[in-house]
Design a protein around this ligand. Structure first.
Ligand SMILES: Cc1ncc(C[n+]2csc(CCOP(=O)(O)OP(=O)(O)O)c2C)c(N)n1
Length: 616
C-alpha cells in the first residue's frame, strides 16, 4: 500500500471539503465506484467477490489507495468493518455480491445498526432489467435491510455512483452513526459513464441537530446543582462523539458519580474514583443501585436499554430525567424526560460545563456529600469479585483479569457474546476510549474474531485481543485464515468452558439444571451433567488454529497462566490463539434476572444486598 489520506472521520462531509477543480473523466461505473471510494478516503474494504459485484473487483485490483482484504465469509467482512469503525472512529466498508453474499451481511448490518456504528456495505445486484424476476442470485437486499440500515440505495444509473457513495459515507458517519447499504446493479457497474468529483450531495430531509438548545442546557445545569443524588448515566453516544475529555471535565467539576454502559466502557477511566462501574443486568451493585436510588438521571448518549433498566416501571423510581441524545427518537422512547436535549454529546457536554460553572458562580453548588457516603459504602461492601475455581482448575474470570493486567489498557479488546463478554467487561480495566469493542445491542455471537481483525487492520500498531467463548469462536473463527494471510496478527483468548456458558447459566438458575443442548464438547448421549471429557477435544482449537496459519497454545493450569499470556504477547508475525480450558460452572454476578426489577439485584448467588433503605 502507498501513502494515502485516512478514511473520513465521523462527522466529515467528504464531498464538501474536497477542494480544487472538478475532475471529469469517462470510465465504467465500476471504475467510478472505486474512484469514489478513493475520493471519500476509504482505505480498507473487507469483502468477497461474486458475479454481480465482479466488475468492481477488476479496477479495485489497480487501486493504490484502497486495500481490499479477502475474507472467508461475508459475515466476517461486516463485523470487520464494524471493528475497524469502532477502533478508528472512521467509516468501515464491506463489499459482497448479490443474493447470498448480500444476505450474509444482514447480521453484521443489524449488529451495526443496534450499536450505531458507521459502516457502508456495498453489494452487487443483478442487472437492472432482471431485478424482480427471481434471477440467479437475486435478493431484494434493500427491502431486507430497510429496517436495519440508517439508509439504503439501489443504484441502476452509473452516473449516480459518485453522489451516492458521497451521501452514503456522509449519512453513515454523521448524526447518530449507523450502517448504510449501497446496492449497485451489475449493468450500472459495466456501463460507461462520466466520473465527476467533487459532487453535490442532495439530502434535503437529513440535517442532524448537533447544537443543543441553550435554554435546555441551562435547565439541565440547574437541575444538576439542585439534585442531592444525581448520577451521570453515560452511554455509547459520548464515546462516538469523542467527548471523553469533556465528560471528565464535567464529572470532576460537578463531583457527581458516573456509570458507563456496556457500549461506553473506556470513555471515563474505570480507575477514576467517581466511577461506579457499569449498570445493567450484570452491572456492578453500586452502579445499579445508584441509578435505582438516584433523584436525577443525567443521561448522556444512553438509551434506557432494557438490559440497563430491568423492569422498566420500577426503574429509578425517584429520579427526574435529563436526557441528551443526538437522535430525538430516543428521547422519551422508554422513559419520559423532564429535560430533553437534542444534540451531539460533545457539544452538549461542552455547553453544560459552561452552564454549570455559571450556576456555581451564582452561588448554586450541588451538595452530594450524603450521597457519596452511601455510594462509597456500596463500593466498599460490594466490589466485583468471583469465586475461585476448584483447586488446580482455571477460573475464567482469573484468565480474563490476568490478560487485562499483563496486556494493559492501551490494547484493544473485542469480546464475543456470553459469559466471557460480561467478564471481559467487568475484569479488564478500561481507561481509554475505543479500547473495548463488543456487540452490545444485538448480542451477536461470532463478533469477536472478525471485529478484532477489523480493529487490527485499522490500527496495526495497537495490540488487539479477542476474548471469545468456545461457542462464539466456532461461528467465525475462519477469519483467522484471513488474518494469517494478510498480516493481521491478532491474539485470541478462547475461554473454553465446553458449553454455551451464558445459556447454561440460565438453565442452572431457571431450568432446574436441565442442560438442554448447551454442552459443546459432547454428543446427545451425555446429559450435560458430566464434566467436560478432558482429552477429547472436538474440535481441538490448538490444531484448528495451527491449520489456519496461527500459533495455537493451550493453558489448563493456573500456574501456567502468566507464561502463556506473555508468550502470546511476544508473537507478532502471526495470529495467536490460546485455548484456555476453564472451570465450566462459573457464573456471571452480579445479576438482575430478566424481567425483574433492579431492586432485586443479586450480588452473588442467593446474596441480596442490604441497602439500609433510609435514602428512599
Ligand atoms: C448468533 C447468536 N446465536 C445465539 C445466541 C444466544 N446465546 C447468547 S450467549 C450464548 C452462549 C455463548 O457461548 P460461548 O461463546 O461459549 O460463551 P460463554 O457464555 O460460554 O462464555 C448463546 C447461545 C446469540 N447471542 N447469538
Amino acid at each position: 500500500m502507498t501513502e494515502h489520506a485516512a478514511s473520513p472521520r465521523r462527522g466529515d462531509t467528504p464531498a464538501a471539503h474536497a477542494p480544487g477543480p472538478q475532475t471529469t473523466e469517462t470510465m465504467t461505473g465500476a471504475q467510478s465506484l472505486i474512484r469514489s471510494l478513493e475520493a471519500v478516503g476509504a482505505d480498507t474494504v473487507f469483502g468477497i467477490p461474486g458475479g454481480a459485484i465482479l466488475p468492481a473487483y477488476d479496477p479495485l485490483m489497480d487501486s493504490t489507495k484502497v486495500r481490499h482484504i479477502l475474507v472467508r465469509h461475508e459475515q466476517g467482512a461486516g463485523h470487520a468493518a464494524t471493528g475497524y469503525a469502532q477502533a478508528t472512529g472512521r467509516v468501515g466498508v464491506c463489499m459482497a455480491t448479490s443474493g447470498p453474499g448480500a444476505t450474509n451481511l444482514v447480521t453484521p448490518i443489524a449488529d451495526a445498526y443496534m450499536d450505531s456504528v458507521p459502516i457502508v456495505a456495498i453489494t452487487g445486484q443483478v442487472a437492472s432489467k432482471a431485478i424482480g424476476t427471481d434471477a440467479f442470485q437475486e435478493a431484494d437486499i434493500c427491502g431486507i435491510t430497510m429496517p436495519i440500515t440508517k439508509h439504503n440505495f439501489l443504484v441502476t444509473d452509473p452516473a449516480e455512483i459518485p453522489r451516492v457513495i458521497a451521501e452514503a459515507f456522509h449519512i453513515a458517519g454523521t448524526g447518530r452513526p449507523g450502517p448504510v447499504l449501497v446496492d449497485i446493479a451489475k449493468d450500472a457497474l459495466q456501463a460507461t459513464t462520466v466520473f465527476r468529483w467533487p459532487v453535490e450531495t442532495s439530502l434535503p430531509g437529513y440535517r442532524p441537530v448537533t447544537k443543543p438548545h441553550a435554554k435546555q442546557i441551562r435547565e439541565a445545569a440547574k437541575m444538576l446543582v439542585a439534585a442531592r443524588k444525581p448520577v451521570l448515566y453515560v452511554g455509547g453516544g459520548v464515546l462516538k462523539a469523542n467527548a471523553s475529555a469533556e465528560l471528565r471535565i464535567l464529572a470532576e467539576l460537578t463531583g457527581a458519580p458516573v456509570v458507563t454502559t456496556l457500549m461506553a466502557l473506556g470513555v471515563f477511566p474505570d480507575s477514576h474514583p467517581q466511577h461506579l462501574g457499569m449498570p445493567g443486568m450484570h452491572g456492578s451493585v453500586p452502579a445499579v443501585t445508584a441509578l435505582q436510588k438516584s433523584d436525577l438521571l443525567f443521561t448522556l448518549g444512553a438509551r434506557f436499554d432494557d438490559r440497563v433498566t430491568g423492569k422498566l416501571d420500577s426503574f429509578a423510581p425517584f429520579a427526574k430525567v435529563v436526557h441528551a441524545d443526538i437522535d430525538p427518537a430516543e428521547i422519551g422512547k422508554n422513559r419520559p424526560a423532564d429535560v430533553p436535549i437534542v444534540g451531539d454529546a460533545r457539544e452538549v457536554i461542552a455547553d453544560l460545563i459552561v452552564a454549570v460553572q455559571a450556576e456555581f458562580d451564582a452561588g448554586h453548588k450541588g451538595d452530594y456529600t450524603d450521597w457519596w457516603v452511601k455510594l462509597n459504602e456500596w463500593k466498599r461492601t460490594y466490589p466485583l469479585g468471583y469465586e475461585a475455581a476448584p483447586e488446580g482448575e482455571l477460573s475464567p474470570q482469573q484468565v480474563i483479569e490476568r490478560i487485562g493486567q499483563l496486556v494493559g489498557s492501551d490494547a484493544i479488546y473485542a469480546a464475543g457474546v456470553g459469559q466471557h463478554q460480561m467478564w471481559a467487561s467487568q475484569f479488564i480495566t478500561y481507561e481509554k476510549p475505543a479500547t473495548w469493542l463488543n456487540s452490545g445491542g444485538a448480542g451477536t455471537m461470532g463478533y469477536a474474531v472478525p471485529a478484532a481483525m477489523g480493529a487490527k487492520a485499522g490500527r496495526p500498531d495497537t495490540e488487539v485481543w479477542a476474548i471469545d467463548g468456545d461457542g462464539c469462536f466456532q461461528m467465525t473463527n475462519q477469519e483467522l485464515v484471513t488474518c494469517a494471510l494478510n498480516n493481521i496478527p491478532i491474539k485470541v483468548a478462547v475461554i473454553n468452558n465446553g458449553s454455551l456458558g451464558m445459556v447454561r447459566q440460565w438453565q442452572t438458575l431457571f431450568y432446574n439444571q436441565r442442560y438442554s443442548n448447551t454442552v459443546l464438547h459432547a454428543g446427545p448421549e451425555h446429559d450435560g451433567k458430566q464434566p467436560p471429557a478432558r482429552g477429547t477435544r472436538i474440535p481441538d482449537f490448538v490444531m484448528l488454529s495451527e491449520a489456519m496459519g496461527c500459533v495455537g497454545l493451550r493453558c489448563e493450569r493456573p500456574e501456567d497462566l502468566d507464561a502463556v499470556i506473555k508468550q502470546a504477547m511476544e508473537i507478532n508475525d502471526r495470529p495467536v490463539v490460546i485455548d484456555f480450558i476453564v472451570h465450566q460452572d462459573a457464573m456471571v454476578w452480579p445479576m438482575v434476572a430478566a424481567g425483574t426489577s433492579n431492586d432485586e439485584i443479586l450480588a452473588a448467588r442467593d446474596v441480596r444486598p442490604d441497602f439500609g433503605d433510609d435514602l428512599d
